[in-house]
Design a protein around this ligand. Sequence first.
Ligand SMILES: *C/C=C(C)/C=C/C=C(C)/C=C/C1=C(C)CCCC1(C)C
Length: 282
Amino acid sequence: MAPASAVNIGSLSASNFATVYNLFSLVIASMVFTALFLLLSQGRVAPRYRNALVVSATVCGIAAYHYFRIFDNFKESYPPGTSVSAAHVLSSVEFNEAYRYVDWLLTVPLLLVETVAVMALKRAESRGLLMKLVPASALMIALGYPGEIATTNSTRIIYGVLSLIPFFYLIYVLFVELSKSLVRQPVEVQPAIKRLRVSLVVLWSVYPIAYAFPLFGGDFFGGEGGFVLRQGGYSIADILAKAAYGLGIYAIARTKSRLEDPAFDEEIEPSASKTVDLANAA
Ligand SMILES: *C/C=C(C)/C=C/C=C(C)/C=C/C1=C(C)CCCC1(C)C
């Protein structure tokens, strides 16, 4: 019998179930505590960079919420079965991939907002970039969804290809248009911003690859292997593209605060001599 859809695989072995279960759990821990860290670190960056940190924390918070839902849904969809080969069998509760896509619809545009925010460009410049980046990113996710839940490979391919068009447009805007603003950033942070941009494109490329796994077909990619690789791939990519990326934004905001506002920096991180003085005074 053909699976109901590429998403709802009929059964999972104990180890495959545990792999997905543990990864979802890891995502929740990463998102919750990165969000907390970013919120609590507001005072360590100059006021103009606080918005970038708040947006990064919001992204992690939205993802944490959705992973709570995904985690519960996964447990309900794959309760324990009766045999060793099918330790967990699909129940009547569908494993709902919509949580992931709703999450991306919110978090992907916000990741671009935090990227532009940490550059602290002129208002018109930020606005111009975001007017291109935000709609294109939302379109990319919206076009991917019908393909993700499709039961046939041809539908998966058509929507995948359509979604790649805004994806390549985003890369164009980030590497061509954003570069014009990049040259006006302090030279000390330019390499860090360039690395952030490259990591964004590399990490975001994991998603279309994970999306394509079921297309490879065969017993492995068409079955449990493909399901675990896709859920695992999306989960690890989410940790890197949201939590680790948010920490990268924080690092850039810290460096820029230090360079642009030495007095502020001295207040939150006194130089070595001051620390010695304090020690002597005690
Ligand atoms: C935190 C979540 C992130 C950064 C999600 C990013 C998702 C993508 C870049 C998805 C892209 C897709 C394509 C380019 C084609 C196939 C369909 C998608 C939606 C998986």
